[in-house]
Design a protein around this ligand. Structure first.
Ligand code: N01
Length: 530
């Protein structure tokens, strides 16, 4: 093998790429990770905006492949802030000596498969080529930043910050007039922090969002001890729930409960805080009348929190609760009680333009010194289609997916032999606790590579029919209930021109994990080895 030729080339040094490197090393394979950033951490490397933190509880958002690792690491808060998760990623990279096999500051721009050698050649921005027998895109579901199409965006005279590309050095908004565009999770987390610092903050809201309080606090040492004593049991319980979270899901219909019982269940989940809010009843995402009860509960909370009735009404979401990703907040709605915070509703009429000194909406130019773009990501497919990936034939992946993606299990695609995706479209990923789901994908991929190695196979490829059937199943699941009724990044609606297709798998973690196991038990059903 030449110096730049490997058994496995992995793109991305987030939690997926790091663990995959660790796993394939154990198979005795030579691996290289190519990472655009200057360090490990993936999403936690890039998303450094003020207030960034995980909306899954710390004790559940960590690797579980090594009990020593999970026993030795201590989280300081119930919900970990981004710097602490980044430190954890750095700790993992040191503990398993990962950095020596990672090329940082290396953005891959293209990858081409050569049928004769059954190898992929990856080219990075600087023209360097890396060859791999296997190629894994461990590039995350929410990693390709989405910039809004607003006239004059480039003309703004002050600094512009995208939440997903936040500078590494502290951004100080003291004394400044700041404009924030967007009110998704990133905005909801950052707005309270920006408001505390800025002279004036103007938030431009196109769609109001539901947010459940985090009730964040220092991690209770007793709770930590208790979980660590029974960690594997908690992880096992989590794998039995739809979202892979150790939360008790009530399967009963909200309609079978009295108003008092409904209120008590929602209040209990509200006081507990976090993403488990929708676990109060089993049919909240199944029908409108059930969903309305949960939505009205949250709207009433917003009205009770925000002093100005008109602002409160603007902040009350009109759409289905849970159809867009639920947000978890710390003092988000309270922030609108501050004198220096102003909310501009751009739901009926979009922002007209960004000018050198402000944002124009409804004919009024709001003067700002700094602009924060919190408009999210080209979710689930963006990180894959932004690389010119060509498998068998010359049609790039982006072209093949112009009417929507297709994938077998979110792991592999026909016509792209020896290429795997971690948490690709058609996987539960974004509907689950991402870190354990990543681990399951990586384990599956590494086991599959081990199987090919043991049997002397040169190629692994998803069968066209298996992919077609799986993708059709994902689309059918998407049609159940209320998930696709609302425009969201789950269906690609947030990116201009993107095909409207249901991107994740909505069948829940237990069904998905079982399917992956069955595929293996049935001799890698739906895959062909050459
Ligand atoms: O992005 P988003 P995000 N004019 O797409 C608005 C994960 N995450 O970065 O809804 C005006 O949710 C857009 O409006 P609309 C989490 O899974 C996790 O906040 O399209 N507004 C929306 O309000 C999350 O769901 C954590 O009408 C415009 C906002 O921008 C996902 O990442 C933390 C606009 C975008 O919201 C994405 O969250 C943060 C325009 N032209 C994020 N274009 C954790 O805690 C867009 N918008 C782990």
């Amino acid at each position: 093998m030449s110096e730049r030729e490997y058994d496995v080339v992995i793109v991305g040094a987030g939690f997926a790429g790091m663990y995959l490197l660790h796993r394939v090393r154990k198979l005795g394979m030579r691996a290289r990770v190519l990472e655009a950033g200057s360090d490990v951490g993936g999403t936690w490397y890039w998303n450094r905006y003020p207030g960034a933190r995980c909306d899954v509880e710390s004790m559940q958002y960590s690797y579980q492949f090594d009990d020593d690792l999970q026993q030795e690491w201590s989280w300081s808060e119930r919900y970990s802030p981004q710097p602490e998760i980044l430190k954890y990623a750095q700790h993992v990279s040191e503990r398993y000596d990962l950095r020596r096999d990672i090329d940082f500051n290396t953005r891959v721009t293209s990858a081409a498969y050569d049928e004769d050698s059954a190898r992929w050649t990856l080219t990075s921005e600087d023209g360097e080529k890396t060859v791999g027998h296997y190629f894994v895109m461990a590039t995350g579901c929410l990693s390709a930043p989405n910039w809004p199409k607003i006239d004059g965006l480039d003309s703004f005279g002050g600094p512009t910050y995208h939440t997903a590309l936040w500078p590494h050095e502290k951004v100080d908004f003291t004394g400044q007039r700041v404009g924030v565009i967007g009110t998704g999770s990133s905005a909801i987390q950052s707005i309270p922090h920006i408001a505390r610092e800025a002279k004036h903050l103007t938030v431009f809201q196109r769609t109001a969002n539901y947010a459940i309080p985090a009730h964040n606090a220092p991690l209770d040492p007793e709770r930590e001890r208790e979980i660590k004593a029974h960690y594997s049991e908690m992880r096992a319980r989590a794998k039995t729930t739809p979202g892979g979270l150790d939360v008790v899901y009530n399967q009963d219909s909200v309609h079978d409960a009295s108003s008092k019982e409904q209120f008590a269940a929602f209040e209990h989940n509200w006081q507990r805080g976090g993403l488990g809010f929708m676990s109060a009843f089993g049919d909240l995402m199944m029908e409108q009348s059930a969903n309305d009860i949960a939505a009205n509960f949250v709207r009433d909370k917003i009205r009770a929190t925000v002093n100005d009735p008109a602002t409160a009404e603007t902040l009350c979401p009109k759409n289905i609760i849970g159809a867009k990703r639920l947000c978890v907040d710390i003092d988000y709605f309270q922030t609108y009680n501050r004198e220096n915070v102003e909310l501009i509703d751009v739901s009926e009429k979009p922002i007209e333009a960004i000018t050198p000194s402000g944002i124009r909406a409804h004919g009024i130019e709001h003067q700002i010194d700094a602009l924060v773009i919190a408009t999210g990501f080209d979710a689930m497919t963006g990180a894959l289609t932004r690389v010119d990936i060509r498998g068998r034939g010359t049609v790039p992946l982006a072209e093949r997916w112009k009417d929507g993606p297709s994938s077998y299990l979110g792991l592999a695609m026909h016509d792209f032999p020896n290429l795997f995706t971690v948490t690709g479209p058609g996987s539960p990923s974004v509907f689950s606790n991402m870190l354990p789901t990543i681990e399951q994908h990586v384990d599956w991929i590494a086991d599959c590579l081990g199987h090919a190695q043991k049997n002397g196979y040169k190629t692994i490829e998803a069968d066209a029919e298996a992919e077609r059937v799986w993708w059709a199943h994902c689309q059918d699941l998407g049609k159940i209930g209320l998930k696709t009724v609302t425009d969201s990044w789950y269906v690609g609606a947030n990116v201009a021109g993107k095909a409207r297709v249901f991107l994740p798998y909505f069948g829940g973690i237990p069904a998905y994990f079982k399917k992956c196991e069955e595929v293996v038990e049935n001799g890698y059903e739906g895959f062909s080895f050459g």
